[in-house]
Design a protein around this ligand. Structure first.
Ligand code: 3HC
Ligand code: NAI
Length: 707
């Protein structure tokens, strides 16, 4: 048997006197060690080859280069390193041109910036997204980009990590030429020949001097510092990006490069990088539920939404945005008019903010119809129910759906807590019933819990994942239980916070401690925003089944009994004078908390912010371990993605399970054992944590990936 040698990841082909270097390293031409070696060797060979007058770098497949190979981070670096490859390209005595299609991101764009000339075709996206991985551009990007396009534009790209279109890149000066067709090789070759004909020589970016306007650069750096302090609170790499940009202004090129390298290594070592890279892979991994491999999705060409309230209207917008037609069903004409008005309001807001054009709004609304008759759903492929959270109402809706929907239509519920197995059992087609749990606002929030009841068929689950992709959501597979993954963990988080509050911490201290940890809002700010009445209703619903041994803190009930539901009523845990959106601490609430402590016979003690975080996180991690153990979440990483995308868990910490691994599970278990002395029921360590600690293993070992 003959063994074929694998095709090289960088191929060199002579087209006349132009050497084309094509990077062919699926799926996205990431700059792994083989690619770096291949590029370096090819450039050196080109330099020596008298038949080569110029070099053209292109990417095979759908992208130019998506950046450094993220899978190599955290492993020992293998030479040649990317900065050296970029410097060698730039130092080539013959003109080097990059022709870009698809993604030129991070190190991919840095390769292009090290080349002497750049062309991009329509559809290309160029960016420096390292910040989203806790890094900074580490292959000359912080030095070459400001030299090419100025400090302000460079900082905008590096601090946001956003992708610029080919057109914008041309306007900024990031590329020299826009291709007129999508034939990137043909366009690139034509451009090189034009350059050669004009006698254009090698043109190293390091020599560019766009930072000459010192005052403007200084102003851009100062503005970025201010903005970062408020927008990227707690993040490390944005500060380093700004410092490196400042070095581009104040230091010679090579010294700037050396500083960039130092900062890059600091970022690489930081736990924030580990958390963000985990999040990157976990987000991709969650979409690969077993059903997506085992079954083929059903086609979805039209969608029905039942209920035009907060969620129904948001879901309708999310579906319209994906280009699908929506039929909304409401109880009566007045409710339907309100639902439609709510959908229109969302689009008006988007137009007012300049996010979409008036034409796009009109096109979306043209796909929207409403009715008070379920018969209007006869032909839809998928129905999403978002009526009141009441089992009797949901069952009545599903009975109607059974009557009107065509065979094969998927019947989905957006319930937050109710038993979907029970809902499915009301129809004669339980195999078609699935949970699609959106988050509010449904057209904005990325998370979609795909809740999988016992009798649903695999192709329905596969369809739900495909549908999530069309809606640009991050789908997470969840099993049926009270609250699925996210709300079940939220309940434990809230309970742990309530215990702390009754034991002596103020809600304001708890909120502050969790904001410092990285949440955008503390737990009590969230209650006030969502409306205290929602949790109150859930607590009342659960009261009959509550474990009589469980500790129950009544403080929130006392506030709700007074009608203090949060922002919408002007007061909750905080005061919101005259419709203010930011609350101020309320002495009356503190007095109520004191009364409740006395009633419960508790002598308040003080807690440090660090202990607050430790307790809340321990509670979440412990329950999350149970969620994984019971198979409600497939893997720890599914929990991580749920909390990051649906509940404001700081992404740079990767999610609660990644955070637990970084703390050390033995550490978490030791805390649980300590807290267990106070309340053996609530703090009972999950058997999964006990088992992992005994084995010396961590949550990551259950992910089945190196994410
Ligand atoms: N390294 C390693 N693997 C990568 C990768 C990278 N840079 N970029 C993507 N992948 C992998 C994904 O994990 C996925 O793997 P899987 O199929 O096993 O799940 C596969 O490539 C396809 O990725 P997507 O599912 O994301 O494909 P899309 O077509 O939706 O998107 C993309 C393509 C826009 C390129 C997107 O993958 C992306 O944004 N990638 C990351 C880009 C990035 O952050 N680059 C900067 C890296 S850091 C750097 O360059 C440091 C330097 O300055 C020194
Ligand atoms: P809502 O009260 O704002 O809206 C419910 C709507 O359903 C109302 O407009 C009502 O007129 C309509 N409705 C009631 N019965 C109906 C029927 N038989 N036929 C047609 N329409 C009917 O409620 P919200 O907040 O939108 O919640 C809806 C569902 O979504 C609930 O199951 C809730 O648990 C769930 N959910 C809510 C979230 C939230 O943040 N509000 C988040 C995720 C899920």
């Amino acid at each position: 048997m003959t063994q074929s040698t694998p095709a090289p990841v960088v191929s060199s082909t002579l087209h006349g006197n132009v050497l084309v270097l094509a990077i062919d390293h699926p799926p996205v031409n990431a700059l792994s060690v083989d690619v770096r070696r291949g590029l370096l060797a090819a450039i050196e060979a080109a330099e020596l080859d008298a038949a080569v007058a110029a070099v053209l770098i292109v990417g095979a497949g759908r992208n130019f280069i998506a950046g450094a190979d993220i899978r190599e981070f955290g492993k020992p670096p293998l030479p040649p390193l990317l900065p050296a490859v970029c410097n060698r390209i730039e130092a080539c005595s013959k003109p080097v041109v990059a022709a870009i299609h698809g993604a030129a991101l991070g190190g991919g764009l840095e390769i292009a910036l090290a080349a002497h000339y750049r062309l991009a075709v329509a559809g290309a996206k160029l960016g420096l997204p390292e910040v989203q991985l806790g890094l900074l551009p580490g292959a000359g990007g912080t030095q070459r980009t400001p030299r090419l396009i100025g400090a302000a534009a460079a900082l905008d790209l590096m601090l946001s990590g956003r992708h610029a279109s080919a057109e914008e890149a041309a306007t900024l000066g990031l590329v020299d030429r826009l291709g007129t067709s999508d034939d990137v090789l043909g366009e690139g070759l034509a451009y090189v020949r034009e350059l050669l004909a004009a006698g254009s020589a090698a043109r190293p970016t390091r020599a560019a001097d766009a930072l000459a306007d010192e005052a403007a650069s200084r102003a851009a750096i100062d503005a970025a510092r201010k903005q970062t302090a408020s927008r990227s609170r707690g993040l490390f790499s944005p500060l380093k990006i700004i410092e490196a940009t400042e070095a581009a202004l104040t230091l010679p090129f090579d010294e700037g490069l050396a500083l960039e390298r130092k900062f890059f290594l600091e970022c690489l070592e930081s736990p924030q990088r580990a958390g963000l890279v985990h999040a990157f892979f976990a987000e991709r991994e969650v979409a690969k539920a077993p059903e997506t491999r085992a079954a083929t999705a059903r086609p979805i060409a039209s969608v029905g939404v039942i209920g035009g309230g907060t969620m129904g209207a948001g879901i309708a917008v999310a579906v319209l945005d994906a280009g699908l037609p929506v039929t909304m069903i409401e109880r009566d004409d007045a409710a339907l008019a309100r639902g439609k008005a709510q959908v229109e309001r969302v689009y008006d807001g988007l137009v007012a903010k300049g996010r979409i054009s008036a034409d796009a709004k009109a096109a979306a609304l043209a796909r929207f119809t409403g009715s008070t008759s379920y018969d209007a759903l006869a032909q839809v492929d998928l129905v999403i129910e978002a009526v009141f959270e009441d089992m009797a109402v949901k069952k009545a809706v599903f009975t109607e759906l059974e009557r009107v929907c065509k065979p094969g239509a998927i019947l989905a519920t957006n319930t937050s807590y109710l038993d979907i197995d029970d809902i499915a059992a009301t129809t004669s087609r339980p195999a078609d019933v699935v949970g699609l749990h959106f988050f509010s606002p449904a057209n904005v929030m990325k998370l979609l819990e795909v809740v999988v009841p016992a009798r649903v068929s695999a192709d329905v689950v596969a369809t739900a994942f495909e549908f999530a992709k069309r809606l640009r959501k991050v789908p997470v597979r969840a099993g049926v239980c009270d609250g699925f993954i996210g709300n079940r963990l939220l309940a434990v988080y809230r309970t742990a916070a309530d215990y702390l509050m009754e034991d002596g911490a103020s809600p304001y201290q708890i909120d502050r401690a969790m904001r410092e940890f990285g949440y955008p809002m503390g737990p009590y700010q969230v209650v006030d925003l969502a409306g205290g009445d929602i949790g109150w209703a859930a607590r009342k619903r659960r009261a009959p089944t509550r474990d009589p041994r469980a500790r129950y803190v009544q403080i929130a009930d006392r506030l709700c009994e007074r009608g203090w539901f949060g922002q919408k009523t002007g007061r909750g845990f905080y005061l919101y004078p005259e419709g203010a959106r930011t609350g101020t601490p309320d002495p009356e609430v503190e007095a109520i908390i004191d009364e409740e402590r006395q009633r419960a016979g508790i002598t308040p003690r003080s807690f440090g912010d660090e202990e607050i975080v430790r307790r809340l996180m321990c509670a979440v991690i412990n329950e999350a371990a149970n969620v994984v153990r019971e198979g409600i979440a497939l893997r720890p990483l599914d929990v991580d993605v749920t909390l990051v995308h649906g509940y404001g868990f700081p992404r740079y910490r990767g999610g609660p399970m990644k955070y637990a691994d970084m703390l050390g599970l033995a550490h978490v278990l030791a805390d649980l054992r300590t807290f267990e002395q106070e309340d053996a029921l609530f703090w009972k360590p999950s058997p999964l944590i006990v088992e992992l600690v005994e084995r010396g293993a961590d949550f990551a070992s259950l992910n089945g990936t190196d994410a």
